[in-house]
Design a protein around this ligand. Structure first.
Ligand SMILES: [Zn+2]
Length: 356
C-alpha cells in the first residue's frame, strides 16, 4: 500500500511539473516564465499521505521583528539597523505582489543564490551602478558543512551590508503546493534559521519557487506574515545560456507588458547563480538608461530603478490574507519627486553623451 502511495505521489509530482512546464511556455517565444497557480488537485498526495493537516508553526514564534535578540539587549548598531532593513521589516503582513505598475518603476530581484562563483561579481556591478536589489535566498547549500557554505554565508551577510534586501526562497526550492503544510513550514523555517544566525532576524518577503502557488499555501504563507513577491518581467535567464538572450527577452517582455496590460514597469526576475545573468544585468541597466535619453527628449516618464519594493507594496488591511494585491498605485507626489530628480540626472548624463 505504501509503495502504491509513493508511486501515486511521484506521478502527481510529475503531473505538477508538467503543468508548470506547460505554463512556462505561456509566452510564444518560450523564454519567459509566469508565476503560476497550481490547483490543489495536482497535490492530492498531501491527503493520501494522511499527514496531520493542523497547521504547525514551522517557524519558531520569533515573528515580531521588533523583538529580535539584538534589539532587546541594547540599541542597534548601524550595521544591525541596516540588516533589519535588509530583512524587509516593512513588509510584514502583506499581500501577494505581482509587480504590476502603471509607472516606469523597475525593481530587480535575484533568486536562488548566494553562489560564490557568481554573486560577488553581481554585487560589484550593483555597487558600480548604484542599484539596490532584492535577493531571494535558497538555503540548501548554506546548511551543508564545508568551505562553500562558510563562503556563501559570508556573501549573504555582504548582500545585506551593501544595502540590498533579502527574502526567503525556501530551503530546497520545491514546488510548495506539492508539499503538505508542515513541509511548507519546514522549507521556510530552515531558511529563516540561516537568516537568524547570519543576520539576526527573520525575513518578511518571500518568493515561492517557480512562482507556483495554491490557495492553501497562500494561506500558510500569509499566516506567517510574509509578503509574497512574484514578478511580471521575466528574463528567461534560467532557460538560456548567454547574456544576449537575457537582455533581448527583458526588452521584449517589458514592451509587451506595456502594450498588452499598460504595465510600464515592474519586478524583474533574474538569477544570481548564472554567469550570463550577471553579465546581462549591467547591460539591461545600460539599456534602460539609454532609453531614458530618448524618453526625456519625448517628454515621457523615465525608467526609475527603485531601491526597494515599497513602491509596489500595499498593506493587507482588511483584505483576505494571501490574496493578490491590485496593481500598485504609488503616491503621485512621490513619483513626481523621483521623476524630477531623475530628469535632472538624465539630462546631464545624456547631454554629456550627446556632446561626446
Ligand atoms: Zn528560484
Amino acid at each position: 500500500m505504501r509503495r502504491l502511495f509513493g508511486v501515486l505521489a511521484c506521478l502527481l509530482a510529475l503531473a505538477g511539473g508538467a503543468y508548470l512546464a506547460e505554463r512556462e511556455a505561456y509566452l510564444p517565444d518560450g523564454v519567459s516564465v509566469e508565476p503560476v497557480e497550481v490547483p490543489e488537485s495536482a497535490a492530492t498526495h498531501v491527503a493520501v499521505r494522511s499527514h496531520d493537516e493542523t497547521p504547525t508553526r514551522g517557524l519558531a514564534r520569533r515573528e515580531d521583528a521588533r523583538e529580535t535578540r539584538s534589539s532587546r539587549e541594547r540599541p542597534l548598531t548601524s550595521d544591525e539597523a541596516r540588516a533589519r532593513h535588509g530583512l524587509g521589516e516593512a513588509f510584514a503582513d502583506g499581500l501577494v505582489l505581482t509587480g504590476a505598475t502603471p509607472h516606469r518603476l523597475i525593481l530587480f530581484t535575484f533568486d536562488d543564490g548566494p553562489d560564490r562563483r557568481t554573486t560577488p561579481r553581481l554585487l560589484h556591478h550593483l555597487d558600480e551602478l548604484g542599484v539596490r536589489a532584492v535577493f531571494f535566498v535558497t538555503s540548501q547549500r548554506l546548511h551543508e558543512p564545508g568551505a562553500r557554505a562558510v563562503a556563501e554565508r559570508a556573501i549573504l551577510r555582504d548582500v545585506v551590508r551593501r544595502g540590498h534586501v533579502v527574502g526567503n526562497h525556501t530551503r530546497n526550492h520545491r514546488q510548495l503546493p506539492l508539499l503538505d503544510t508542515p513541509e511548507v513550514l519546514a522549507e521556510l523555517g530552515d531558511t529563516e534559521r540561516i537568516f537568524e544566525d547570519e543576520l539576526g532576524g527573520r525575513a518578511w518577503l518571500m518568493r515561492p519557487p517557480g512562482g507556483s502557488r495554491s490557495p492553501r499555501v497562500d494561506r500558510v504563507i500569509a499566516d506567517e506574515r510574509y509578503t509574497q513577491v512574484l514578478w511580471n518581467l521575466g528574463t528567461g535567464d534560467f532557460q538560456v545560456r548567454d547574456s544576449d538572450s537575457v537582455v533581448e527577452t527583458f526588452i521584449r517582455v517589458l514592451s509587451r507588458r506595456e502594450l498588452e496590460n499598460g504595465e510600464r514597469g515592474g519586478i524583474v526576475l533574474m538569477h544570481d547563480t548564472h554567469d550570463w545573468s550577471v553579465e546581462a544585468f549591467p547591460r539591461i541597466v545600460g539599456w534602460l538608461r539609454d532609453r531614458n535619453c530618448q524618453l526625456i527628449e519625448a517628454g515621457e516618464e523615465l525608467y526609475d530603478i527603485v531601491d526597494d519594493p515599497t513602491l509596489f507594496f500595499a498593506p493587507r488591511g482588511d483584505a483576505e490574507p494571501g490574496t493578490v494585491a491590485p496593481m500598485a498605485r504609488p503616491d503621485p507626489a512621490v513619483i513626481a519627486r523621483r521623476q524630477a530628480a531623475l530628469r535632472e540626472a538624465t539630462a546631464q548624463r545624456c547631454g554629456r553623451l550627446a556632446t561626446r
